[in-house]
Unconditional design. Structure first.
Length: 415
């Protein structure tokens, strides 16, 4: 499937963002470990959360988590501490995403896990019965989801869990988010210094929980505001907390120098909201280390290119093991639009302002990656017509994205 997008002349819109996928999947695992009955409220309706709910409730095997990386990692730890044998599998791309670091850590604690096909990669066959806990050391520079998966099972282990993180710790806000949710459900878990986290053997307690909306999803509306030529544009996004523990809440500060102002307020129903308006761009070049917000990288790479704003972004090493190799994908797709990017050290992307010829009727490939589709859609404000291949991938985190764009005045035609 392919769609063609044309941008509206005027952008004035209010939308209800999806619930946070990151919080939903953590809350569901912790809720299950707490033995809770009523699910948390405002759970995300995206694919990744759907497969998590299904995996936690289905009784047959194998368990197919499709393309949900969080589900694969979190459930690997979850089924290690629950009785029975379960097989976790997923898409062809999921079978290419490494999981050896997490499996080795769980095995060190006593888990029985086998690789069904390829050593170091899903599918996994997990025989439950991990109960003791103890101390672990693992690298902090690969995926914070490995760390979060281990932390969340810590309270149900007899000895609790002590983690030492070696090397650079990336995506720390996601680890902090995990610790916050654990504490919200009654656990005792905290950093003891910059490299050590201790989880006490204190079980969770069932707790009513409301899941806030998704700052990652908000980033695409920030991008639209930055790129629209409508000087009087206004976008209102509901359900975003100013004091959010989501790492991607940093988006509002990052967009300030490149032309988007954020105002926090509550609507008539008391719902927290943000209002986005345009302001002058206050920089001639943007440099930023995305080590703590890797999921924002595509948004900023595309936005800066479309604004003609040279950039150098570092801390992108985890992008290579996401739904696709996002560094390679960004290079290929922006080249179609005439922007030659430069990669360095497997963790940096930059653009020096050079322009090449734009391909006629550029069609953006999405590589089974929701964020490729959503980050490139706003390009239609700059490129008169933009085409997106396989647009349905947005269901992974933002199922109603295209509907919301239509409501905002975008013309979207299925081809």
């Amino acid at each position: 499937m392919q769609i063609r997008l044309t941008a509206p002349l005027h952008l004035r819109h209010k939308t209800i963002l999806p619930a946070s996928k990151s919080i939903s999947n953590r809350a569901l695992i912790i809720h299950a470990l707490a033995g809770g009955k009523d699910l948390p409220k405002n759970v995300s309706d995206c694919d990744d959360t759907f497969v998590m709910v299904r995996a936690l409730t289905q009784t047959d095997d194998p368990i197919d988590i499709m393309a949900a990386g969080t589900a694969m990692r979190f459930l690997s730890a979850y089924w290690s501490v629950n009785e029975g044998t379960h097989t976790l599998t997923g898409t062809a791309r999921m079978k290419q995403r490494p999981i050896g670091i997490l499996v080795n850590a769980l095995r060190t604690l006593g888990a029985q896990i086998e690789y069904v096909e390829t050593e170091g990669y899903p599918p996994l066959r997990i025989s439950g019965g991990l109960h003791e806990g103890g101390r672990l050391s693992l690298p902090g520079d690969v995926s914070s989801q490995y760390i979060s998966a281990l932390l969340m099972i810590g309270p149900v282990l007899r000895k609790g869990l002590e983690l030492e993180l070696t090397g650079q710790v990336i995506s720390r806000p996601y680890i902090d988010l995990t610790l916050k949710l654990m504490k919200d459900f009654g656990a005792q878990a905290e950093w003891t210094d910059e490299r050590h986290i201790k989880v006490e053997p204190q079980p969770y307690r069932p707790t009513p929980y409301y899941i806030e909306n998704d700052w990652s999803a908000a980033s695409y509306w920030y991008e639209m505001m930055a790129l629209t030529p409508d000087k009087d544009a206004e976008i209102v996004l509901t359900g975003l907390f100013a004091d959010s523990a989501q790492g991607d809440s940093a988006v509002h500060g990052l967009f300030e120098p490149i032309g988007v102002h954020t105002e926090f307020f509550c609507d008539d129903d008391g719902m927290p909201c943000v209002r986005l308006t345009k302001q002058p761009i206050a920089t001639e070049r943007l440099e930023y280390d995305f080590v703590n917000q890797p999921d924002l990288a595509q948004t900023f790479v595309v936005t800066c290119a479309m604004l003609g704003l040279p950039f150098r972004f570092t801390g992108l090493q985890s992008l290579k093991i996401k739904e696709t190799d996002r560094i390679s994908a960004l290079i290929r797709e922006l080249d179609k639009l005439g922007y030659p990017l430069h990669e360095a050290c497997g963790s940096e992307l930059s653009w020096d302002g050079q322009r090449n010829e734009v391909r006629p009727h550029p069609a953006i490939d999405t590589y089974e990656d929701h964020r490729m589709a959503m980050a490139f859609a706003p390009c239609c404000f700059v490129v008169p017509e933009i085409y997106i291949n396989h647009p349905q991938v947005v269901s992974k985190s933002y199922p109603h994205y295209w509907d919301h764009l239509k409501e905002a005045g975008f013309e979207i035609t299925a081809l």
